[in-house]
Every structure is written in C-alpha cells, then in structure tokens.
Design a protein around this ligand. Structure first.
Ligand code: PLP
Length: 404
C-alpha cells in the first residue's frame, strides 16, 4: 500500500541530510567517517541568547504567540533591517516563522498558481526546487556556470523569463557556491526585472553575515528600491548565530504578501515557538562580536580549503566570497578509474568513492543542479578539515587517469 500523495512523487529528500545519514550509518558499522555534508555551524549558540530564552520561559512567555510573530521579535527584525540593511519596514510587513525554510514555504504556498514558474539559479539550495514542486509550481533552472562565478547574468535572466514567471529566487552569499554579487551586478538584474511587473523577487540573505575579504553586504531591496514593493527579504538566525535548532527565520515584504503568508502559517503551525522568538530577538538586538568571531573562523577555513584543493590534481576551487561551503570542481576526476577498476562517471560517483575510499562524506553537485562538483561544508575545525583533505588527496592519488 502506498501512503504518499502523488504531489510527493517528484520530491527528493534533502541531499545533504541523505549524505549525513549515509555517514552516520557508516559510522555505526564502525567505519571512521568525517561528515562534511551538513550545513550548520559547528559553534554553540552564544550564552546571552540562551539566557534570553530562559528568562522568557520564566517570565511566562509560554502561550500561543501571535501567528505572524511576537511584536518584540518583529520589532527586532525591523530595527535590524533599518540598522544593518538600510531597509525600512513596519512590524506588519514582517513574518516570523519556523526557520527561513518555512518563510519560503509560506511565500510560495500563498502565491503560486499551478504552473507558475519559479526561476532558480543553479547551483542552488536543493530544497528550493522541492518546495516549489510540492506546491504545484514549476521550477525553472537557470544555469550559472563556474566561469561566470556561479552568478546570474542579466542575459540569462532575460532569456528565462516567460509570461508564467512568478518568482525569481536569489541567494547570496550562495549555498552551495559562496557566490556574492557586486552592487552593479544586482542593479543590472534589477533593470531586467523592472520590465516584468508580474515577477516577485525572493532574496534569501541567510548567509549575509558570513562574508569574506572585507566585503560589505547590501540587501537586494536596498539596491533596487523600485522593486522593494515586490521583494520578499528572507533571513534568519540559524547560520549567523549558530541557532539552527531554534528554528527561527523571518521574511519582510509588502504588507499584503505578508498577510497572505500569515494566513498560510496560521493553518500550518500557528506561528513559531515563543521562547525561540525571545532568543532570536536577543540575538538581533544584542552584541554581535560572536557573529564576527564565527565569520573570521569560517574565512580562515575557506583559505585553508582553497589552498589545499589547489594541490590536489583534478580538483578546482576559486575562493568563495561567503557562506561556509566549498563547491569543488571535479571535472578532472570524471573518467578516472578506482583501485577496484570502477570508472567515475559523475559527481555522485566521486562522492561515493570519497565516502568508501577516504571516509569523507560530501554532497554531489547534482543535488544543486550543477555538475561535476561536490560540496564540502567548512563547519568543522581546521584539524578535521585538514584530515579530511589529506584523505581526499590520498584517495585521488590512488585513481588512474586523473586529468590535472
Ligand atoms: N536558505 C538557504 C540558502 C539555506 O542554506 C538554508 C539552510 O541550509 C535555509 C535557507 C534554511 O534555513 P533555516 O534553518 O532558517 O530554515
């Protein structure tokens, strides 16, 4: 008997969760596996944030919160957007949800008609596509190759737009590539979007604070003010404050869109945990030095990984501008043969080989709709990263037919 509805037929489980599960199973069999699959900071949530949660619980903030978020948290979001992003929003233009992921889900459920197209810039966070599919939309992949810095160009955007295009989803710094746009590049994309007033823009800025080489982050809606009334700015506390488990994300956008999203949220979850919202408000309102410390650690690890990959034949990695991943090109390994005489024909073969021969779990580029690549997370200590890269280098040295 099948329990799953037909709308789930196209939906794949999260690739990074699948890879981490495979790593756990290998560990349970006694194998020594380093898991570089999952996308969550290896730091702990700063103490002042945990204290705020404790205080909220003791103060009796234990009842149903308002569906769109507590006023304290929505005010913390509007203050943050004003202070850091030069964006003015009122509290009723903000929704707080169970992670940025639920913000995306609410937005697409509130707006997509069957067959509406959502433009996704590959390589992209795989769940974008699955959420669109679950909700009856049509994901349209725009390839953004490594030679173009994995960034969307105005020409590629213009070519992908059809009368059915409903959303463009932009994510920078990008998971998985770490790509970051210049202000001029965003403005050029904005100029194309100006000509298509049916298109809404979802700017996923969740890696905003993990930005390297002294770059300064600028929000899409601040760079394209004439598009602000059809932009949903999405962010959250998972990545910047090491709060993945607290499940708080938020969206800011036009009041009518946020009201429709709130209607969806009222049916799904009645809102996000009141105590986690108190913690998230403390994160946004409080000292930001831990965020800077996390970012500096991620930048040092980025440098380490780039340097190490340069010395491994067949692999390539340009320095990512932000986020905590390395999307490593493995074109030079495709066609190579393993010590067991198997030929590596895809990036999925490469990651399977690394798991079995090197004990390193990584996610194949096919999960992000761009091959041949694999993604490693740098949310691991420099020691762990060095060990993993030593093992990858040894495994590659055992292949025959690697192209440098
Ligand atoms: N957007 C991107 C690009 C992500 O990488 C992730 C998590 O990996 C999310 C959104 C979801 O984050 P949250 O934990 O807030 O649901």
């Amino acid at each position: 008997m099948s329990f799953a509805a037909s709308r789930l037929a196209f939906v794949k489980p999260s690739a990074s969760a699948w890879v981490s599960q495979a790593a756990k199973e290998a560990r349970a069999r006694g194998e020594d596996v380093i898991d570089l699959g999952l996308g969550e900071p290896d730091f702990d949530t700063p103490d002042h944030i945990k204290h705020a949660a404790h205080q909220a619980a003791l103060a009796g903030e234990t009842k149903y919160p308002p569906t769109n978020g507590t006023l304290t948290m929505r005010q913390a979001v509007t203050d943050k957007l004003q202070r850091e992003n030069d964006l003015t929003y009122a509290p009723d233009e903000v929704i707080v949800s169970n992670g940025a992921k639920q913000v995306l889900f609410n937005a697409f459920m509130a707006t997509l008609e069957p067959g509406d197209e959502v433009l996704l810039c590959a390589p992209y966070f795989g769940q974008y596509k699955d959420i669109v599919l679950i909700l009856g939309g049509t994901p349209v992949t725009i390839e953004c190759p490594a030679e173009e810095g994995f960034r969307l160009t105005p020409d590629r955007l213009a070519a992908a737009i059809t009368p059915k295009t409903r959303w463009l989803l932009l994510n920078q710094p990008s998971n998985p590539s770490g790509a970051v746009y210049s202000d001029a590049e965003i403005a050029a994309l904005g100029a194309v979007l100006e000509q298509h007033d049916r298109i809404l823009i979802l700017s996923d800025e969740i890696y905003e604070h993990i930005l390297f080489d002294n770059r300064v982050f600028r929000s899409f809606a601040a760079l394209c003010p004439t598009l602000k009334d059809r932009t949903l700015t999405v962010n959250g506390v998972s990545k910047a404050y090491a709060m993945t488990g607290w499940r708080i994300g938020y969206g800011a956008g036009p009041k009518e869109l946020v009201a429709a999203m709130t209607k969806v949220q009222s049916q799904i979850s009645s809102g996000a945990c009141s105590i986690a919202q108190a913690a998230a408000a403390a994160a946004l309102n409080g000292p930001q030095d831990e965020v800077r410390r996390f970012c500096a650690a991620f930048e040092a690890r980025r440098d380490l990984v780039v340097e190490r990959i340069r010395d491994i034949p067949g692999l390539t990695l340009d320095p990512p501008g932000g986020a905590f991943y390395g999307l490593i090109g493995c074109e030079g390994l495709i066609g190579a043969t393993t010590p067991d005489d198997a030929t590596l024909t895809s990036d999925a073969d490469v990651t399977a080989f690394f798991l079995s021969a090197a004990g390193v779990a990584a996610v194949p580029g096919s999960a992000y709709e761009l091959s041949p690549f694999f993604r490693i997370s740098t949310a691991a200590s420099e020691d762990v990263l060095n060990t993993a890269l030593n093992r990858i280098a040894d495994a590659v040295a055992n292949l025959k037919g690697v192209r440098p």
